[in-house]
Design a protein around this ligand. Structure first.
Ligand code: CA
Ligand code: CA
Length: 427
């Protein structure tokens, strides 16, 4: 411009004196003076006037994820500024770091990224919020348990972001269909390691059961458990009906049979027990309970003796009806187990001094340890050795000292015939 004006002024000179005179004339006539214009001022050198970051914000959804920012620097003339490099800083390096415009997520949180040059700054916001995109079962798969029992190992899952980093604070649900038991808790949130767990108590469905884990909006996993077959109780225990066929009569034992005294057997009394317990035996002296039963038919003392053996050696007390003889008495159910397979059962022959019938420690298992399906035992008469009367209706005559229990088969007034028969029938 300056050069252009200079050339113009030289051109005017070439125009001749007329111009010069005219100029002088005009000077005398009060016109504006003609002088060279002042040189224009030196323009300021460009400097950074503003920094603008693109994009204005970034959301990072997994740890280690990066995003790039660009910084546009404009000078005071509105032109792109090329005078230097910007410096990048993070407002919170615990949340994200930045280098050369690239931010990298470190932890959930937010902050701002700043690009600086010559005391001019531009900022953009950065937010780190891990998105749960992975669900991994980390514990409790493939277990087996009986129905309606709690599994030994807890069901555990881990929630990860897209980079495989665990995500804390994610709600996780553990749910089951009917028959598949229940989870406790049914809902929880992941810990700092991204883990959530629940204990699973199986339901009554057989074969296998399923627990469903859900997290976030779409994460899900199904966990299976096998169900153990429960051994039916009948494998270890058995129920029997006991029949007592009383055959003591004036035809089987004609000698002095007490027909006019109401011949009968007293209420049956006994025990289910193991081999550690013994309530009576031939050649041994009778307990007070056996003496009381054999002499009077009372059951209280023997019941107390049986109860003293419970629960270690005796499982239960057996009570059965009394009955006229000949006749039939039935005990509807006696439960025995492999641990308590023996039956002791006695009844007084009445009237008599101290005579009785029954079994002692009779096993309902066969030689292979299996339950007998049906078994009969013939019952001879026994003398308890506690009263010395010689006949059915002899008056009381206490035997002192007490004598051992003896078998009275063929001993008067008994014949060689049994007085009855027990039959045990497995139900
Ligand atoms: Ca006595
Ligand atoms: Ca006797």
């Amino acid at each position: 411009m300056f050069q252009t004006r200079l050339r113009s002024w030289v051109g005017d000179l070439r125009g001749g004196l007329l111009v010069a005179a005219a100029m002088a004339g005009t000077a005398c006539g009060g016109s504006e003076p003609v002088s060279p214009p002042p040189p224009p001022p030196e323009p300021d050198p460009p400097e950074a006037a503003s920094v603008t970051l693109t994009p204005a914000s970034a959301l990072l959804v997994s740890l280690g994820e990066t995003a790039g920012f660009t910084a546009a620097v404009i000078d005071q003339y509105g032109d792109p500024y090329e005078g230097g490099e910007v410096a990048w800083t993070s407002s919170n390096i615990a949340v994200f770091t930045v280098e050369a415009g690239f931010v990298t997520a470190v932890a959930n949180g937010q902050g701002s990224v700043t690009a600086s040059i010559e005391d001019v700054n531009g900022t953009a916001t950065v937010e780190v919020e891990q998105a749960p995109v992975g669900l991994t079962v980390t514990g409790g798969e493939g277990q087996e348990a009986e129905p309606e029992t709690e599994l030994d190992e807890r069901i555990e899952v881990r929630i990860d972001d897209a980079g495989g980093a665990p995500v804390e604070g994610v709600e996780v649900q553990f749910s089951t269909e009917e028959g598949n038991g229940s989870a406790n808790p049914s809902q929880t949130t992941t810990d700092a390691s991204g883990l959530a767990s629940s204990s699973w108590t199986l339901g009554d469905q057989t074969d296998s059961q399923t627990l469903t884990v859900t997290a976030g909006s779409s994460l899900t996993a199904e966990i299976m458990a096998s169900v153990k077959q429960v051994d039916p109780p009948s494998d270890d225990s058995a129920a029997y009906i006991v029949r007592f066929d009383a055959t003591w009569s004036d035809s089987t034992h004609p000698d002095n049979f007490p027909l006019s005294s109401g011949p009968h057997f007293s209420p049956m009394i006994g025990a289910v027990h193991n081999s550690e317990a013994s309530f009576w035996a031939v050649e041994e002296t009778a307990s007070p309970g056996i003496e009381s039963m054999a002499e009077t038919g009372a059951t209280g003392t023997l019941t107390a003796e049986i109860n003293q053996q419970r629960p270690e050696n005796a499982l239960s007390v057996i009570n059965g009806p009394g009955l006229s003889s000949p006749g039939l008495g039935v005990i509807e159910e006696v439960i025995v187990t492999k641990d308590y397979p023996l039956v002791t059962l006695v009844t007084m022959i009445a009237p008599s001094p101290d005579w009785f019938a029954g079994v002692a420690g009779f096993s309902l298992l066969d030689e292979e340890g299996e339950w007998l399906s049906e078994v009969s035992v013939e019952l001879p008469p026994f003398d308890a050795g506690t009263d010395s009367g010689p006949n059915y209706t002899s008056p009381n005559d206490d035997t002192d000292p007490q004598e051992p229990i003896t078998n009275l088969s063929g001993v008067a007034p008994f014949s060689e015939n049994p007085v009855g028969k027990f039959t045990f029938i497995k139900k």
